[in-house]
Design a protein. Structure first.
Length: 171
């Protein structure tokens, strides 16, 4: 089943058909990117010497009061891209010398991202340990959302189990 028809990709579980309406995140079924570039201002292990190949996705399910990316997360700033174009952007960042591919607020686009990564891998994207894919803010979303009562007020407990399935998705 297509997860965008009754969207439950994030803990909000809005059940919106994102082909017809906007989810709580403010997004439809289309991928919207605010920015994609080499970014040098993350922690040194993330940015490396060459910069992190950062892809900022538009929209967000968190609605943090003091969001550092407010315009991107709430004002729908960005450009609609296809799955094919997203895969090309990943390859362009890799060819530019990026230390990794850093996906910022990707949760609401996971089905499309999986397709883009598979396509990019067919065309040469290296997802081995020396060139990792980073899902930035998935950690924040897991930590700030009380998985038991859905209030968003508790702290989730992170274990390696939260991330154990990601490598299997991209084979």
């Amino acid at each position: 089943m297509n997860p965008l028809i009754r969207c439950n990709l994030c803990p909000r579980k809005c059940n919106i058909n994102r082909y017809k309406d906007l989810g709580f995140c403010g997004q439809s079924n289309k991928i919207r990117l605010a920015l994609a570039k080499l970014f040098y201002y993350e922690e040194p292990p993330i940015s490396g010497k060459n910069g992190s190949g950062t892809i900022f996705f538009t929209g967000c399910n968190l609605k943090c009061l003091f969001c550092q990316n407010y315009d991107i997360s709430t004002k729908n700033i960005g450009k609609v891209v296809t799955i094919k174009r997203l895969s090309e952007i990943m390859l362009e960042l890799q060819h530019s010398g990026a230390h990794n591919i850093n996906l910022v607020t990707p949760t609401i686009y996971v089905p499309q991202i999986i397709k883009a990564i598979k396509l990019a891998k067919k065309n040469g994207l290296n997802t081995k340990a020396k060139f990792p894919l980073l899902f930035v803010l998935i950690v924040v979303e897991l930590c700030n959302w009380n998985e038991h009562d859905g209030t968003g007020t508790g702290l989730g407990i992170l274990t390696p189990l939260h991330f154990s399935g990601y490598n299997k998705l991209f084979k």
